[in-house]
Design a binder for this molecule. Structure first.
Ligand code: MN
Length: 242
């Protein structure tokens, strides 16, 4: 079994009226969702997504197929809700996180992503992004016509190219990693990454060893830097292997 400790924080920020982010944490599943759509649709979509994943998370460690099925199920729930309640038409959400999955008899991380929330790994004083954004600016970066600095101010920086709540169902990225004792994984909504550079996120993780304190400090800094969006952060530490 992976011995984990984790902490989380979420905040509405300094500009928005409503926090449309949702999060879920259990022993085997950690997820962040950043909802979109007017008339409370975003709030509902992100909550539906994390709730659908929570059902999966309660049943204990599964495999990659089970994880993909859970994400598919979350999409179905959101699509159905949008159909049944016209007021919520257009509701959608990102869904990003980490699951503990069984691969060949051993527990591994499965990093999953739909949209532009992110998963990072922090180990040996180095922060690296594990997930790849599904966003218009990421496509421009991949095409070599935009760099990271330009992406931060690009007018299309909030346009996601994949989200839950669409048909056909979006393909989720799922990558499996071998767990390494002492590493920390960070899951966050774009409210964090639009306010803080990776270097500052890394600095906070270096100084704040305790996950709950690191999460709270990251959200505090996002607000200090402007808090233009809702910010959600989950920090997971692999303490040991039993
Ligand atoms: Mn956001």
């Amino acid at each position: 079994m992976l011995k984990l400790r984790w902490g989380s924080a979420t905040d509405v920020g300094r500009v928005r009226q409503v926090n449309e982010d949702s999060l879920f944490c259990s022993d085997v599943l950690f997820a962040v969702a950043d909802g979109m759509g007017g008339h409370a649709a975003g709030e509902l979509a992100s909550e539906l997504a994390t709730r659908a994943m929570a059902e999966y998370g309660e049943s204990g460690p599964l495999d990659v197929d089970g994880l993909v099925a859970a994400i598919q199920h979350a999409n179905d729930v959101i699509v159905q809700t949008g159909r049944q309640q016209p007021a919520y038409f257009g509701l959608g959400t990102t869904l990003t996180g980490v699951a503990v999955v069984n691969v060949a008899g051993a527990e591994h991380w499965a990093v999953f992503n739909v949209g532009d929330s992110r998963v990072y790994r922090y180990a040996e004083d180095r922060l690296s992004q594990l997930s790849v954004d599904h966003s218009a600016v990421q496509e421009l970066i991949d095409a070599g016509v935009l760099d990271e600095a330009g992406a931060r101010h690009h007018p299309q920086r909030n346009v996601v190219t994949r989200s839950l709540g669409t048909l056909p169902a979006p393909q989720a990225d799922v990558e499996v990693y071998q767990p390494v004792v002492g590493e920390r994984l960070l899951i966050c909504s774009d409210g964090l990454t639009n306010e803080l550079l990776d270097a500052e996120i890394g600095q906070v993780l270096q100084v704040e060893a305790e996950p709950e304190r690191a999460a709270a400090e990251l959200v505090r800094r996002a607000n200090q830097s402007g808090g233009r969006d809702n910010t959600t952060v989950v920090v997971i530490e692999l303490v040991g292997l039993d």
